[in-house]
Design a protein around this ligand. Sequence first.
Ligand code: TRP
Length: 365
Amino acid sequence: MELKQKIILTGDRPTGKLHIGHYVGSLRRRVELQNSGLYDKIFVFEADAQALTDNIENPEKVRQNVIEVALDYLAAGLDPERTTLFIQSQIPELCELSFYFMDMVSVSRLQRNPTVKTEIQMRGFSGESIPVGFFTYPISQAADIAMFKATTVPAGDDQEPMLEQAREIVRRFNYIYGDTLVEPNILLPENAACLRLPGTDGKAKMSKSLGNCIYLSDSADEVNRKVKTMYTDPTHLQVSDPGHLEGNTVFTYLDAFATDEQVARLTTDYATLQEMKDHYTRGGLGDMKCKKLLMAVLDETLEPIRQRRAEYEKDIPAVYEILRKGCEVARAAACETMDEVRRAMKINYFDDRALIEEQARRFQK
Ligand code: TRP
């Protein structure tokens, strides 16, 4: 038997430019996984069809952000030679697989999906006014994952219920139709700060509507301005006061971004981040010094990303061409899986010579 391939698949809804929360939560890891050479195939895609499930009246927003997110991907270091970058809506086979998956999930199972529950509340849909497509997007997401036989899905913990649902559907499919699809595993970010990076205002999540995001495409000046106004410790009034790390956004960001090597090189007084934290909690360390370090650290991370983005921005048609080629590669993989699915489900009438001959014999009697 052939060895099971290791395949990564993950994606984002193109509803806005990517921010540094996306970067530490998943993008940075994808680039590392790509460069590790440990995976047979890597697919990263823009879930535009999923984005439309609650933006159906706002297609222009999705259309504009498809190119922004593509630029963010390339700028962050995803390499189209090694990673297949594609757009969900261009793979019609995904609709086909979703359609069959719909027969394997009950309404009550979907209603129990905690991510869908919160999203329904967040969007203010009441009772049964939820669009069916939005309600069933976990099924379509299971199709995204199963179609490419992903073994590994790097994502945030909010995607855990989606992965659980995908595994259930794959298990059910394989049980009914025989071993065809592959059960995926989630790959979560390495530390708590990366799992859910708060906004610059200290609020739970970076979100465009709260205006608390630092974007990958922000200039150094913009980043510095945002860091200066960042939420720290409201009880840390005088430099000499003891400071608190809990809920202190500057330190959360340092946890997510700074290595001890950077702390040692970019400060004069500390060899590790922990030493700096100890000083802060003792008292005697001002917020501005911490923010200065954060600015320097963010700049070291973001400057190469900005430069790569600027290069790609010079030739936008070439970026669309990268996506078009990626869609072709993804589509070929999807067609292969759908052939197997149709065979397993016994809906491959015209490819099945034996069926045609058997039916011919039956009717000639
Ligand atoms: N739901 C994901 C998000 O909101 C996007 C997504 C769609 C996805 N299909 C996926 C992520 C498959 C991982 C795997 O960001």
